[in-house]
Design a protein around this ligand. Structure first.
Ligand code: 6LW
Length: 503
């Protein structure tokens, strides 16, 4: 049997994986989005189902100061003695910490800070009970991967931080993971930066503090300058499956258009791991990940697809819904009008690095149909509600209803850096359905009402919302939002939201 990469499409970067018996768990970074660190479950490494988030409270995940692509950087998940540990970095708050639980779907503990700074923390539970903590940092011994020993009960450092490897000379040695196997400590990292020069390198030692001998075949993974639809492969983690074979998850991108630009973010890829006779791993086909590869020898376990329509008939939002930073409690409600998601604008707008009334989901497909039914009759100037295709506060396309000089109008707005263009039309009274047709190279916007039929509003290029243009580490979201420049925020009532993949 074969499978297609990515195994988890959309903005799910920096994957880390662990295995407990026949169950596999995977976490990814989440930056300024809340809840943080989504956690997935699989039985076959190919079909994944989100089961929760590791960081679900403001106490675990304060994002008030998180700039776009700030907040939560790369996580690591490990299992030891009945406990799951997830360590990560909040670059906009307490730095490195970990949370723990016995139930991976949550709840997870309060943060346990670790004093060793840097990013991309990881954990190794050694056979003798010692727990080693790694991160990539600039320390007094230079740039590279540092390690200390910690007390896993308290997070306290029990040794100094020591530089254990600088990598092979690529930029940004990062994403460290240490594995103890075959009589060695293997230290695997990413180098080259998370863009088109990304690669995975590895070294090994008989001592956890080295000296580490670099693999003669480095890099063991890179899609650099390959004639492939997948690029920027790197930031990998390894897992051994039931038949003893090894597999890797890592991040990659799928650029479209020319010059290459990607707007879905960095996605989760799966690849087999081979071993040379002298005990060095190689990821994928000779160090390269393909769009289609042979699947692991595990019984296929598929999970129910997300329904196309969310009709908001529940008391909680589904796991695929996400806020932009910590939401203001009064900015959203599923109770105020049962069967509707009610959004109330606050003074934060989509153009600020703040927390507007925003409930969104990742764009995970190049082609999909999105629609939302909205009841919103703005009485005052300065209030607005609708849908946004959002990369960050300077790169988003909005289809919204607002009052202009006392008239209800529909606005299609494209914000790209310092450029802003608006198309404005009269909007009939009553409920509207806002439509977005996503295609690999453009988003098309329209709306329809009972009286007016479909009103085409325009389109915007996907590449102008790409990482190569917008910068950062995230990916495009499609979100319902409301803003209000005044305290009298007219509520926007969303009856349902459709997301129908077409590719
Ligand atoms: C991640 C690090 C990286 O922590 O980017 O470029 C950071 N590489 O490994 C955010 O994904």
């Amino acid at each position: 049997m074969q499978y297609a990469n990515p195994v988890i499409p959309g903005f799910y970067p920096d994957p880390s994986i662990c295995r407990v018996g026949d169950d596999y768990y995977l976490v990814t970074s989440s930056f300024e989005y809340f809840p943080g660190v989504p956690i997935f479950h699989s039985r076959d490494l190919v079909n994944w189902q989100q089961i929760g988030h590791c960081l679900t409270s403001k106490r675990q995940l304060p994002l008030a100061n998180a700039w776009s692509s700030g907040g939560i950087f790369a996580p690591t998940i490990r299992y030891h003695d009945g406990w799951f540990y997830m360590t990560t970095t909040n670059v906009s708050s307490i730095g490195n910490f970990y949370v723990k639980t016995t139930q991976p779907s949550g709840p997870w503990s309060d943060p346990i800070p670790v004093a060793q700074n840097g990013i991309d923390p990881s954990l190794l539970f050694d056979d003798d009970g010692r727990v080693f903590f790694q991160s990539t940092r600039t320390g007094d011994q230079g740039d590279g991967i540092y390690q200390c020993e910690i007390d896993i009960e308290t997070g306290s450092m029990m040794s100094e931080s020591r530089l254990i490897w600088e990598g092979t000379g690529g930029a940004h040695p990062e994403a460290p993971h240490v594995y103890k196997m075959k009589g060695y400590y293997y230290l695997m990292i990413a180098e080259g930066g998370t863009e088109y020069g990304h690669m995975v390198t590895i070294a090994r030692s008989t001592d956890p503090y080295g000296p580490y001998e670099a693999c003669p075949n480095n890099p063991i993974l890179s899609n650099r300058s390959m004639k492939s639809s997948i690029h920027a492969t790197g930031h990998a983690d390894l897992v051994q499956i039931q038949d003893g074979s090894w597999w890797s998850v890592c991040l990659g991108i799928r650029p479209v258009s020319y010059p290459m630009r990607h707007h879905l973010g960095r996605e989760v890829l799966l690849a087999p791991v081979g071993w040379t006779d002298d005990g060095w791993p190689v990821i994928g086909n000779g160090g390269r990940i393909e769009p289609v590869m042979d699947a692991p020898l595990l019984p296929e376990v598929r999970w129910p697809d997300w329904p196309v329509r969310d009709d908001f008939n529940h008391t909680q939002l589904g796991l695929d819904w996400t806020f932009l930073r910590n939401p203001e409690p009064e900015s959203w409600s599923l109770e105020e009008r049962p069967g509707y998601l009610t959004l109330r604008g606050n003074q934060a707008s989509l153009d600020d690095a703040g927390s507007p009334a925003f409930v969104g989901r990742r764009l995970c497909h190049f082609s999909c149909h999105v629609a939302a039914a909205m009841e919103f009759e703005p009485m005052n100037e300065g209030v607005e509600a609708g849908l946004t295709v959002y990369m960050n506060e300077k790169h988003h396309y909005d289809l919204a209803v607002r009052s202009i000089e006392g008239r209800k109008m529909v606005v299609f707005r494209r914000t790209v850096g310092s450029l802003r263009v608006e198309e404005i039309r009269d909007c009939p009274l009553g409920p509207v359905v806002l439509n977005i047709e996503a295609q690999p190279d453009k988003f098309e916007f329209s709306l329809r009402t009972y009286q007016s039929g479909t009103i085409e509003m325009g389109w915007g290029e996907t590449h102008l919302l790409s990482t190569e243009v917008a910068g950062g580490f995230t990916g495009v979201f499609i979100a319902m939002y409301a803003v209000s420049e005044t305290k009298q925020a007219t509520p926007a009532l969303f009856d349902w939201f459709d997301y129908k993949p077409l590719d």
